[in-house]
Design a protein around this ligand. Structure first.
Ligand SMILES: Nc1nc2c(ncn2[C@@H]2O[C@H](COP(=O)(O)OP(=O)(O)OP(=O)(O)O)[C@@H](O)[C@H]2O)c(=O)[nH]1
Length: 291
């Protein structure tokens, strides 16, 4: 029997656990069942107690102490250990019926999503190609506050793309902490980030007056200056050619926003099952009337 799941990913502090909590609360309020899996071996506190916790298999603290590893090496060790002990997941997830949404809360170390082949192996086990046959959707969170620093926004977008290409499952990008950008950026401008407008890399404010050297210490100048123009265009072209990169907006406190994202995730899974392409990002319209 097919199962459904969402793999919640993103950089450290992006709001993954808060999103999982909001998702669980929303599901409870709507009488839907879920099964919450914590795969962060360093996570300590939870608003909702996980139904399955990697710490019952291995804890980062023990690994660091016993193996003399640092936090990043320790995390990789924990995931390698999990891959050698996949029964830990199989035994817990296999009996679940399709009524359950499996919510998997991931750690924030960016390496996991970019160049290490651990996650593809894990996803393979969880999905159709592996033992568990979970219809999985990846939800990649990026902090909305990054949009005020374009270099960070595009770096985040590239890491989201990297995860999307590596995992090959339906993928939804989410700008979290939307409440924190209110007032900092007009909603009209935000539209250019929600559906990344690659000319943003070319029209950095003040770029015309730039002498090509950038200004030391100003994060906005990281991507500007004549010497970066060609690089910026190459990056823009890359993002453009994967035009599936677009963001849903998440206001964690807002039940409607969590509900809309969940229905988008449901849709993404259904479309993937039917193997039809899906137009991204029409779940939440940016409301210019709110400017
Ligand atoms: N203002 C605001 N704060 C948020 C929001 N979502 C999360 N936070 C805060 O951001 C911090 C990090 O949130 P977490 O949910 O722990 O982030 P995480 O991605 O799970 O963090 P790691 O597991 O450490 O990678 C916490 O202090 C949250 O309260 C939001 O929508 N708005």
């Amino acid at each position: 029997m097919s199962k459904y799941g969402v793999l919640v990913m993103g950089p450290a502090g992006a709001g993954k656990s808060t999103f999982c909590t909001a998702l669980i609360t929303h599901l409870h309020n709507n009488r839907r069942s879920c099964f919450y899996v914590n795969l962060d071996p360093a996570a300590e506190e939870f608003a909702h107690e996980p139904d399955l916790d990697i710490k019952d298999l291995i804890s980062l603290e023990d690994v660091m102490e016993d193996m003399g590893l640092g936090p990043n090496g320790g995390l990789i060790y924990c995931f390698e250990f999990l891959l050698e002990n996949l029964d830990f997941l199989t035994e817990a997830l296999d009996p679940l019926t399709e009524e359950y949404l499996i919510i998997i809360d991931m750690p924030g170390q960016i390496e996991l999503y970019t160049h290490i082949p651990i996650l593809p192996a894990l996803v393979k086990h969880l999905t159709r190609t592996g033992a568990l046959d979970v219809n999985l959707c990846a939800a990649y969170l990026l902090e909305a506050t990054f949009v005020v620093d374009r270099a960070k926004f595009f770096a985040g977008t590239l890491s989201a793309m990297s995860a999307m290409i590596m995992l090959e499952v339906p993928h939804v990008n989410i700008l979290s902490k939307m409440d924190l950008v209110k007032g900092q950026i007009a909603k009209r401008d935000l539209k250019r980030f929600v559906d990344p407008d690659t000319t943003l890399l070319d029209d950095e404010p003040g770029a015309e007056e730039d002498d090509g050297q950038g200004v030391a210490g100003d994060p906005q100048t990281l991507m500007k200056g004549n010497s970066f123009k060609r690089l910026n265009r190459a990056v823009a072209g890359l993002i453009d050619s994967f035009s599936m990169v677009s963001y849903l907006r998440l206001e964690v406190q807002d039940e409607d926003s969590v509900g809309a994202i969940l229905s988008y995730i449901d849709d993404a899974i259904q479309y993937h099952e039917a193997q039809e392409p899906k137009e991204p990002n029409d779940a939440i319209e940016v409301d210019e009337a709110d400017d």
